[in-house]
Design a protein around this ligand. Structure first.
Ligand code: MN
Length: 187
């Protein structure tokens, strides 16, 4: 099942992360997305798109960018439960992904075509409707056989594209609590 790897990696007696239900398909659209800022071994942004009742997930070390010239490495990770989309808090040190997490952005997304077909082909085109991240993007699987899970996240040209608009130029606060990573950690 889709969430087996997610559950295998975590000890829910120790971590405050949600256990979640698998494949909770919702009868209505639109599809949701969440981007979590996560200060684990290395600071990164977890880019998660709802599909088939789970959150398809990529870890993006430099975070998404609204600049069409930026190509952001995005390592695909295990599917997460939909309930993860509202998770903020601190995963205890020593546990998988130990460190503070905030919901840095959230909203809805629209695949530009059949999302299953595009994912299988390693070329997902879509539109983001977030509070910070907006407009057309594409995620392209790299062809390097040694980097099986590596993709590139890129902004496509549209009215939301903006030169130099990286995560450093956007608010570093949670769109849920208004807190920064440091404020969540010291809570
Ligand atoms: Mn993470």
């Amino acid at each position: 099942m889709a969430l087996d790897e997610y559950r295998r990696k975590r000890d829910f007696r120790k971590s405050p992360e949600p256990q979640g239900k698998s494949g909770t398909t919702r009868a209505y659209k639109p599809l949701r997305f969440v981007i979590q800022k996560h200060d684990a071994t290395r600071l990164h942004y977890d880019f998660r798109l709802e599909l088939d009742g789970v959150l398809k997930s990529w870890a993006v070390p430099k975070g998404p960018s609204q600049d069409t010239k930026d190509k952001r490495l995005a390592m695909q990770t295990e599917d997460h439960p939909l309930a993860y989309g509202s998770f903020e808090g601190t995963i205890p040190e020593g546990e998988y992904g130990g460190g503070p997490v905030i919901v840095w952005d959230r909203g809805t997304w629209e695949p530009d075509g059949d999302p299953h077909e595009m994912l299988a082909k390693g070329r997902l085109r879509f539109t983001m409707h977030g509070e910070k991240i907006r407009g057309k993007f594409h995620l392209v699987k790299t062809s390097d056989p040694k980097a099986r899970n590596s993709w590139l996240l890129m902004k496509s040209k549209d009215e939301f594209a903006q030169e130099g608009l990286t995560v450093e130029k956007m608010s570093d606060r949670s769109v849920i609590s208004g807190k920064t990573i440091a404020e969540i950690e010291n809570n």
